[in-house]
Design a protein around this ligand. Structure first.
Ligand SMILES: Nc1ncnc2c1ncn2[C@@H]1O[C@H](COP(=O)(O)OP(=O)(O)O)[C@@H](O)[C@H]1O
Ligand SMILES: [Mg+2]
Length: 368
């Protein structure tokens, strides 16, 4: 579909210092800079109201940026109307035309673009086959399940072979099983067809499993832009650490920084080892962040001289593949440890006192 081999790594979509205000006062998008490669699957992830849909609407051309520039393949698109941008869109509520059959729904974007009848029929058939809905061409949307309607909406976005597809929470209305199936289908299609995709969701699991890169939004700003594994393993601030995955946090003050390790005195009194990420000097307040699967309950696996903490086991939950244990650590009653259900794994008994620790690089000293 897209045989342009040149500049594969060059920016295809660019937001350059984009700002948006609806009322002329508050900025709901603040100084947004983002660059998306051709063929990339980029997800905008963030809580409700963080500005994701606004960014998508500006890219699609249904909203205008208050300032800054949006470029597609190097050309500013601020003044190009939506239907001339070559962008396919999929929304949560499908937005299919109820009085048209499936085939007519798909033919519509082709008609608008002045494509002749026989070519239309061929493209509609191909798009329906792509989403495995070839047998449903004569049905109306009301005669389809939610999942089937969403497939049709997807086919309609792809039928005119757009270079860019935008999807705004497209799977939000589907049940869990269908959602997971569609997540797989969408990423497969996007990669097979080489389509650049900007996908919006507030669901972190969806973002982690589908994306090449994730832009985490909060309060109109990108907090971090990174591939899923980097985002999960190396969150750059407390917001990202808490928004993505499960996370234990403890408040304290930096005592000492030596290279890539720092010593933090917790408010509860204890000393711990961490990696200085968002702190720069002794005296800085910090929220340290450690993933439940990186907490070590076996002292033998810690580095010599590592600081350890006393912990009291409050609750042990057997979950089959993993054990989930809730501890009291430094005054925090909700400190979670996850351990794999290995043959030699210890099942911690509520009421017992243990010692825990971690590798300093697994515990990140972030902004308080
Ligand atoms: N058409 C609009 N008019 C006025 N305010 C809007 C409009 N659309 C969105 N907003 C406001 O802009 C902010 C960002 O909204 P939105 O982009 O929809 O966020 P998200 O998609 O991340 O939930 C919110 O505070 C929302 O109330
Ligand atoms: Mg939205």
């Amino acid at each position: 579909m897209f045989d342009d081999k040149t500049g594969a790594d060059a920016a295809f979509v660019e937001f350059d210092r984009v700002q948006k205000s609806y009322d002329g006062e508050t900025l709901v998008v603040k100084d947004l800079n983002l660059s998306i490669r051709k063929g990339e699957f980029l997800t905008m992830l963030g809580p409700s109201g963080s500005g994701k849909t606004t960014c998508l609407m500006m890219l699609a051309g249904f909203e205008t940026a208050t300032s800054g520039e949006i470029r597609l393949a190097g050309r500013p698109i601020n003044n190009i109307p939506p239907h001339k941008r070559g962008i396919g869109m999929v929304f949560q509520n499908y937005a299919l035309f109820p009085h048209m059959t499936v085939a007519e729904n798909l033919a519509f974007p082709l008609e608008v673009r002045g494509i002749g009848k026989s070519e239309r029929e061929e493209k509609v058939k191909r798009a329906l086959d792509m989403v495995q809905m070839g047998d449903f061409a004569g049905r109306r949307p009301a005669q389809l399940s939610g999942g089937q309607q969403q497939r049709i909406a997807l086919a309609r976005a792809l039928v005119f072979e757009p270079e860019l597809v935008l999807m705004d929470e497209p799977l939000g209305a589907l049940d869990k099983q269908l959602r997971e199936h569609m997540q797989f289908e969408i990423t497969r299609l996007a990669h097979e067809l080489g389509i650049t995709t900007v996908y919006v969701t507030h669901d972190q699991t969806e973002a982690l499993t589908m994306s090449d890169n994730i832009a985490v939004f909060n309060d109109g700003r990108i907090q971090q832009l990174a591939p899923p594994a980097v985002l999960y393993e190396e969150p750059m601030n407390s917001f990202v650490a808490q928004f993505i995955g499960e996370n234990n946090t403890l408040l304290g003050t930096v005592k000492e920084i030596k290279g890539d390790t720092c010593l933090v005195q917790l408010d509860h009194g204890e000393l711990i080892d961490a990696r200085p990420v968002n702190v720069s000097k002794p005296g800085d307040r910090t929220r340290v962040s450690i993933r439940p699967e990186r907490v070590e309950t076996n002292k033998a696996r810690l580095q010599p001289g590592a600081h350890t903490l006393k912990a009291q086991v409050l609750e042990f939950i057997y979950m089959g593949d993993i054990f989930r244990t809730r501890l009291r650590v430094a005054g925090n009653d909700n400190f979670i440890v996850k351990t794999r259900n290995a043959p030699d794994q210890v099942r911690l008994q509520p009421g017992t006192e243990i010692e825990i620790g971690w590798l300093p690089q697994d515990c990140r000293a972030l902004d308080a």
